[in-house]
Write a protein that binds this ligand. Structure first.
Ligand code: ADA
Length: 573
């Protein structure tokens, strides 16, 4: 399943979920082909639990014409071959990409994907870290059959003026044929239809049609009432006479009309997120964020969580009273974002990077790899109403001139791609951060009572006083991480021993109460939702080779802190 809703009525799309041929390149099974699940991680194949290296996946399908192969995620470096010809390359496990092959003869064709999860100099974001870099085709793959002119994307920004909703639209259309074409785009939503003026699109080019469309009678979207609407965009070409698609746009009902050659359905919600003084406003009302940091991780599935596991995660977070989730530390699977849209869970989505030093940020590939990650994240996830903050570079170097240059460059990029959401980053530099003036929301990861013994309320106040003088004056302030370690089943009624469930619960209690008692804090994301596997080099700092700060363990078994969090979240509205 690619999404929670159908994205095309006209464009033909087939999913390549299933068994693919899998051939590792090194180790005792080198060159030996077995079958493997896609989506899936090779660490979940018996015998490959610790495989780090390269492998090939391949799969055949039948079809012809203009073919678009969509990868929702390959972990972490991919080279794509279509009938043995290289057609695309991609870096970064957590963002989608595609490959287009034109005028393919009808018949059977093979997609071959070379995948690597190696940590090497070429990889600036996937480095040995406090979470595990898995290998494999970790998210769904689909094949789409395109006409010569197709819709690349539709970005919809909700606007509310005098209590009336409208959408600012940007519709991307690309011509992969050999002739110039005249294109007409039409959008429909909630029984309202709008047709744009025809435009000429030259062979080989992409154009963006923009415009504002009124949406009378729609309901607004928020956590309590997450109302979603399908926005259906269709295009016809050359005065409606050359498309090979369906006979009429399905959203126009049974009325015979133009011949549409392509369509794209996006799902949207009507909400505006703003920052005003110290508050984050959702449709004009201040929000209190009660959230979790969540890694895509599970012992049985690696970072390729199946749908039901995602649903369960959301249900457990909501059961504890959460209204938000932070996709630490990378863009998430779109299915998960679709679920957040449906469940009304507000999302801080962040780019991929954790704890990079200046030296690591000076890797020659860093700036281009992270820029591409930002672009793909915003481009692909633009329409999710649940996403309310774009975050970048968790705990990277932000106390040096070079670090500041990187933060400034990325905020500029993200704001140019989407000016409708506030931006932030999770800092950990108390007394030395020089980037707080760059953000809309100041956010800090703090661990008083875990990594230091300062009472939490005191630590928090000192930090907030310093933030006021360090560029963050008057801005909303969020705690993006707070937590402690607790090993499931390790109990000690004395409640003092670190790593016990009791101490874990007690520390969280003090931390959360201090945060909610401070009226200048806009909310918290607890570190973290569940225990996760970490990379080999981290094992000495992490018992069981896991980051054990989850409120549930890796199998989602509740620790004592579960009830503590639930109680405190319930008290604070
Ligand atoms: C950091 C970091 C997390 C995790 C956490 C911890 O703040 O952002 O990824 O490593 O600390 O458990 O110490």
């Amino acid at each position: 399943m690619l999404r929670l809703f159908k994205t095309h009525d006209i464009r033909k799309q087939i999913e390549l979920t299933g068994l693919w041929d899998f051939t590792p390149s090194s180790g005792e099974n080198a060159g030996h082909t077995i079958s493997a699940a896609v989506p899936g991680c090779w660490e979940c194949i018996p015998g490959f639990e610790n495989y780090r290296g390269m492998a090939e996946y391949s799969k055949s399908f039948t079809g012809g014409g203009n073919i678009r192969i969509v990868f929702k995620g390959v972990s972490h470096t991919a080279e794509i071959f279509f009938d043995e010809k290289r057609v695309a390359g991609h870096y970064n496990a957590y963002t989608p990409f595609d490959a287009i092959v034109t005028s393919v003869p009808d018949g059977e064709h093979t997609i071959r994907v070379k995948v690597s999860n190696e940590h090497n100099e070429a990889s600036s974001l996937h480095v040995s870290n406090d979470y595990y870099t898995y290998g494999g085709i970790n998210r769904p793959v689909a094949v789409e059959f395109l006409q010569d002119v197709y819709i690349t994307h539709v970005h919809a920004t909700p606007l509310c003026i005098n209590n009336e909703w409208s959408l600012q639209l940007a519709i991307g259309i690309r011509n992969i044929g050999k002739n110039n074409k005249t294109v007409t785009a039409a959008v429909s939503l909630n029984n309202t239809r709008h047709t744009f003026e025809p435009e000429t699109i030259n062979a080989g080019e992409e154009m963006i049609i923009t415009g504002e469309v009124r949406c009378p009678g729609v309901e607004s979207y928020d956590s309590y009432n997450p109302v979603l609407y399908n926005l259906h965009t269709c295009i016809s070409i050359d005065k409606n006479n050359t498309g090979d698609g369906s006979l009429c746009c399905p959203t126009q009902g049974t009325v015979p009309c133009v011949v549409f050659c392509d369509d794209l359905i996006e799902r949207i919600g009507f909400r505006v997120v703003e920052v005003s003084g110290r508050e984050v406003l959702w449709n004009g009302k201040p929000i209190l964020i009660k959230g979790f940091n969540r890694h895509e991780d599970h012992p049985d599935y690696g970072n390729a969580l199946p749908f039901q596991a995602m649903v369960n995660d959301i249900k457990l977070m909501k059961d504890m009273g959460a209204n938000a989730v932070r996709t630490s530390h990378y863009p998430n699977d779109e299915l998960f974002l679709d679920l957040c849209d449906e469940f009304g869970l507000m999302v801080w989505e962040e780019n991929h990077s954790r704890g990079l030093s200046e030296e690591q940020m000076r890797n020659p590939n860093f700036r281009s790899q992270i820029a591409e990650c930002n672009r793909e994240m915003v481009y692909n996830h633009f329409n999710h109403p649940s996403i309310f903050i774009w975050g970048i570079m968790n705990e990277c170097e932000n106390s040096t001139e070079y670090g500041r240059e990187c933060y400034a460059e990325q905020f500029k990029q993200i704001r140019s791609l989407d000016s409708s959401r506030p931006v932030s980053f999770a800092s950990f530099k108390f007394l030395s951060d020089i980037c707080l003036d760059l953000v809309d929301i100041v956010s800090y990861n703090i661990y008083p009572r875990w990594y230091n013994e300062t009472p939490v309320a005191e630590y928090l106040q000192e930090l907030m006083d310093w933030v006021e003088k360090a560029g963050g004056r008057g801005k909303p302030f969020l705690i993006t991480e707070i937590g402690a370690g607790g090993i499931y089943g390790y109990r000690n009624p004395g409640r003092r021993a670190k790593w016990t469930e009791e101490r874990h619960a007690d520390i969280l209690e003090e931390q959360l109460n201090a945060i909610f008692n401070n009226t200048n804090v806009s909310g918290v994301f607890i570190w973290q939702y569940c225990d996760i596997r970490v990379d080999e080099d981290w094992a000495m700092r992490r018992p069981r080779s896991m980051n054990n700060k989850g409120i549930v363990d890796e199998y989602r078994r509740k620790k004592l802190a579960y009830e503590t969090v639930k109680e405190i979240f319930a008290k604070n509205k």
